[in-house]
Structures are given as C-alpha cells and as structure tokens.
Design a protein around this ligand. Sequence first.
Ligand code: GDP
Ligand code: IMO
Ligand code: MG
Length: 428
Amino acid sequence: MSTVVVIGAQWGDEGKGKVTDFLAEKADVVVRYMGGNNAGHTVVVGDHEYKLHLIPSGILYPDKMCVIGSGVVIDPAVFLSEVESLEKRGISTKNLWISQRAHVIFPYHQKLDQMEEERKGNNKIGTTCRGIGPAYTDKSARVGIRVIDLLDGEQFPVLLNANINSKNRIFTEVYDGTALDYKEILDAYSTYAEAMKKYVCDTSLLVNDAVEQGKNILFEGAQGTMLDLDHGTYPFVTSSHPTAGAACFSAGVGPTRIDRVIGVAKAYTTRVGEGPFPTELNDDIGSLIRKQGGEYGTTTGRPRRCGWFDGVVGRYAVRINGLDYLALTKLDVLSGLEQIKICTGYNYQGEVMNEFPASLKILSECVPVYESFPGWDEDITGIRKLADLPEQARLFLDRVSEICGVPIALIGVGSRRSQTILTKEDLY
Ligand code: GDP
Ligand code: IMO
Ligand code: MG
C-alpha cells in the first residue's frame, strides 16, 4: 500500500494531469484535493486529448475510484458539463465521488471576481475569473454554501437568499452594478443539485477505508507551490493551498497516512497571470519555448509567460512540500536550443541569495544567476530509457536534480501517456 501526493512545483501547468494519469495506472483511488475550475489538466492517451478542470485525472481508467475532496470549490455547471462530455466520449463516471463538505461556486462569486479584477486595474492578479477567490473567501468568512447544503431543499433557499441579499448590496452600493436574480439562481442550482446528488458522499470515509484496506492512493494537486496562499508570491497567488500539506485536510486523512510526495516541474518555467517571475524571458527564446511547448492556458487560452528553469524555486518547492522526487516534464521542448540555462541563485545587491524571498520588493531587484549548458538537436520524443537520452540532456537532468536536492523519478518527453521515462520504480 502507498499514498502518493502529486503537486505542482512551480506556478501551475507543470503537467500534473499527465503525471497523475501516468501514475494512476497503479492506483486504486485518485483524489483531486484543491482549487476549482481555475485548473486545467490535460491528459493525452494515444490520439485522444482530455482537458479536465474538476474531475481527477484518474477518470480515464474504468476501474479507479475518483474523489473530489472537501478542499475543492465546485462550480456545478462545470462539473456536470465535464461529466457529460466524458460520458459522451465513453468514459464512465460511475466511480466518481464528491465530498459533501466541498464548497459551491455561485454566479455572484464569478461576478465579484471580475469586478475586483477590473477595480484593481493595473494591479490586477490576472485571475481566471472563475469565482475561485470569492468562493474561498466566503468559506473562510463562514457564509459559504457546501454541497451538502445545496442538496438540502429546506436549508438551501435560506442560505442562498441571505448570500444573494448581501452580495447584491455590494453589487449595487459599492460597484454601482446590477443585482442578481435570486429565483433564477435558485431554480438553476436546484436542478444542478438533482443531477449531482448521486455523486455526493462522505469522501473522507471512502479514502480512509481505502487506506485501511492497503490500497494505492494518489492525491492530485492543482495549481503550483508558487501560487500557494501562504507560500507563493502573495498577493499574486490563488486563494487556496496547492502545496502537499493540503492533501490531508482536503481528503480528510491524517498526515501519518502519507508515504510519498512527488513534485511536478517543467524543464523550464511558465506562469500565466500577473506577478513576479525572475527567470522570465521576454525575448526570442521565450517566444520559441512558448511556440514549441504549446504554452497557452488550458482554462483561459491565455499565452503563458516562459523562462528558464529556476533552481531557487525548485529547492523552495522541495522544502515546502517535503518532496521525495521531482517529475520533470517537457524536456522534449528544449530540443534544438543551442544553449540551455538553469538559475542557481539570485543576485541581490551584489550578494548571491539562495532562498526565495517573501518580499516582492526584494524579489523585483533579484537578478538570476545562471549556469549554461550545451543543448542537443536530437528529437527525444521517442526515447523511453534514461540511458538513450543525449548526453547533454542527461547532464542537464543531473544538474537540475543536484540543485534541487532530490532525485528525478520521471521525465516527460511528450504529451502522451506513453511519452514518459520512468527512472525510479519505487513510487508506490
Ligand atoms: P497541469 O495543469 O499541471 O496538469 O498542466 P497543463 O495540462 O495545464 O499543461 C501542461 C501541458 O503540457 C499540457 O498540454 C500537456 O499535454 C503537456 N505536456 C505534459 N507533459 C509533457 C511533456 O513531457 N512534453 C510535452 N511536449 N508536453 C507535455
Ligand atoms: P493548474 O491546476 C496556472 C493562476 C491564475 C492567476 C492566479 C489566481 O492547471 O496548474 P485564480 O483564478 O485562481 O484566483 O487566479 O493563479 N492560476 C493558475 N495558473 N495553472 C493553474 O492551474 C492555475 N490556477 C490558477 O492565472 O495568476
Ligand atoms: Mg493546467
């Protein structure tokens, strides 16, 4: 038996979906534990591409139990359309479960998200405008509506009414905007509740039973360490906890039950939305990486900002998440570059800084210190063994591992499930 947490070690979009799908072959249960439909996890099996926003990336295997934990915020319309589109493609959702305690996203959350972004103007965060921040805000403010409340025909109208009344005051009195219609939302969400109820249960019981039975459990994170509310580049973060610790509280399992943590990172770095990004390349190389890597957001279609691999971020992610291994994706994207760089530290006012600073003011003055490596020309997308990679690629991997301080267990050489080099067999 093993329980393995998969997290993003950078700013999201590292390839968590691909890695989770690959590792799910040997799992019995896959639990998505954070975020909402701000996430977009792409899984490619053969010629078929699946873009998942809420449903765990284990869903493509017919026999795996898939769980959405209490830490996830659920937009029912998105959940139901994802279920429908999977079912249409012949993917069964009969083993899919949603936590009773997960919070629900409402239209007023999306509207608030958009209005706050507009109000901030040049200081905007660049959110996905999916209502994620406002939904987690309501959860913390103890006025949120959970899935179990949505299913309660008596309780739900009362809770919704109270929320709409207070949100409408904000829309009309603070933002000078239009009010939302209570009845319209009540009707739509009552219909969603009917369709959703068969998926809802006490998922903590399910997951802990699986632990007791000695099953293999994968916890699939969303977003990335640097977008974490506590540990990321605050305030340019998401409103939840993409880091490994959150797997426990969202799934309702104790920390003593976790065996391993794997951090997914790209062989370079990307970021979508605003906020600091020390190794960003605003030049032809950045554009080339974006083009070769297809770096456009899965959820919003926005072009992703691209830059070199940041070893300071890598080490930080190892520390914050207690990583045992890295899974390094998209190595194939670097093929053809004459020179490849890794940031090993930041030069701050003439001194080399090895740790990621909390102050964005200090960070803005940091200049990356780079090591350069010769690139390789070979197409590596067909390679399945570490030893068959070009020597320059192996040198690069060794140095990434050395700088971050953990072994690399898995290497991505293409988007397909099969385009993976496994270098460690003891992941479960
Ligand atoms: P996630 O949010 O962490 O699951 O990552 P996304 O799915 O948003 O973005 C990663 C993108 O890279 C997706 O389009 C994947 O299909 C693709 N991808 C994942 N691993 C690899 C890889 O090793 N090589 C290449 N070329 N593409 C990959
Ligand atoms: P996956 O799981 C990349 C970013 C947004 C924005 C910030 C806050 O696919 O890796 P939010 O809508 O969460 O309030 O936006 O976080 N962001 C992501 N960036 N991948 C994601 O998810 C992201 N989810 C949120 O772009 O900068
Ligand atoms: Mg993504």
